[in-house]
Design a protein around this ligand. Structure first.
Ligand SMILES: [Zn+2]
Ligand SMILES: [Zn+2]
Length: 351
């Protein structure tokens, strides 16, 4: 088969579209013929060697896979050749540990990500994924954009619904609102009956943020304190839920905007080695706020995202579709931070 192989850590050019050994399914795995694979900052970190857990090379990156099952392992019963499936970022979780049993498989200690630590991922014509990490795509969803359902949308559903417990009528601040996850957070929060304040540092992303449904847009210079701007557009009350998609660089501003009894959820971190942030314990305690975090997506959350997509409640925002041989170009776009929405890669052989 053909695949994008990164031979070693380095610049985007270490990735080449070349011949690779096709995967053989383990007993619990399906081999999926890749229709499309999202390009994600996670793979940029893998390629640069910036993952704290390390990485094995050579590697085929990619974890946002949609495609068709072409071969199944001996123990697979829920899938058959011909099923169109989407992967839930991970190649497998154990399904047996305390976290898995409690529906918190994103924290399974034995989880293995696709395209990470020596496990080949979805920038390829074929990829092997365990049956526990696959979900069948509803027949009504024919677009390859479904590839981003787990990473770009499911993570935000996790944060808003299951971690922040967003309630009808509350106000939500979405930071990094013009990016590939922020735009979906806006759509979800609106669908959940929230008023949405969107923070962005890019003037050229304002239109997309407005289109996604934001009620208020706070456009600020990169690095500027936007705490007062958010308080102004919320009548001095602040936001019940703050989705922190940027990380340490904007935390100090964000935490000031958390309303009484509000919840701040840490989702993204854009810096490799973020600085320490200060804790204003007296100020936080005086507002009874919670600071929590959310990572990736459970299979249930992915299924829910697919249902929401099928009903037209949330629409994946994809701005570029590139052949896999142009994976280096996709990474350059990601590293520049210029993309509004997500980037998809499709095998060159798909035409
Ligand atoms: Zn991703
Ligand atoms: Zn587990």
């Amino acid at each position: 088969m053909k695949a994008v192989v990164a031979q070693e850590t380095g610049p985007p050019s270490v990735m080449t579209w070349t011949d690779a050994e096709p995967p053989k399914p383990a007993p619990d795995e399906c081999v999926v013929k890749v229709e499309a694979c999202g390009a994600c900052m996670h793979e940029v970190l893998v390629r640069r060697g910036d993952r704290a857990q390390g990485t094995g090379f050579p590697i085929i990156p990619g974890h946002e896979v949609v495609g068709e099952v072409v071969e199944i392992g001996a123990d697979v019963v829920d899938f058959a050749a011909g099923d169109r499936v989407v992967a839930n970022q991970r190649q497998r979780v154990c399904g047996k540990c305390r976290e898995c049993r409690m529906g918190r498989e994103t924290r399974c200690p034995r989880k293995v990500f696709l395209g990470d630590i020596g496990l080949n991922g979805g920038y390829a014509e074929l990829v092997a994924v365990s049956d526990g990490s696959l979900v069948k795509v509803p027949a009504g969803l024919t677009s390859p954009h479904v590839a981003i359902a787990s990473c770009a949308i499911g993570t935000q559903l996790n944060a808003l619904r299951d971690v922040a417990r967003l309630e009808l009528g509350e106000t939500v601040l979405v930071t990094g609102a013009g990016g590939g996850v922020g735009l979906h957070a806006i759509q979800l929060a609106k669908a959940m009956g929230a008023r949405v304040v969107a923070q962005t540092t890019s003037r050229n992303k304002v239109e997309a943020v407005r289109e996604a449904g934001a009620d208020e847009i706070v456009l600020v210079e990169r690095g500027a304190d936007y705490g007062k701007d958010v308080m102004d557009v919320t009548g001095g009350r602040g936001c019940d839920v703050v989705l922190e998609n940027v990380g340490a660089a904007s935390f100090a501003s964000s935490v000031k905007t958390v309303a009484l009894h509000g919840r701040l959820v840490l989702v993204g971190e854009v810096q490799k080695t973020p600085p320490r942030v200060e804790a204003d314990l007296v100020g936080w305690r005086g507002r009874d706020i919670s600071i929590r975090s959310a990572a990736s997506t459970t299979r249930r959350q992915l299924e829910d995202v697919l249902t929401l997509m099928e009903r037209g409640v949330v629409t994946p925002v994809v701005t570029d579709v590139l052949p896999m041989s142009q994976a280096p170009r996709a990474h350059q776009i990601l590293e520049s931070g210029s993309a509004t929405g997500r980037i998809l890669l499709v095998p060159d052989s798909a035409g």
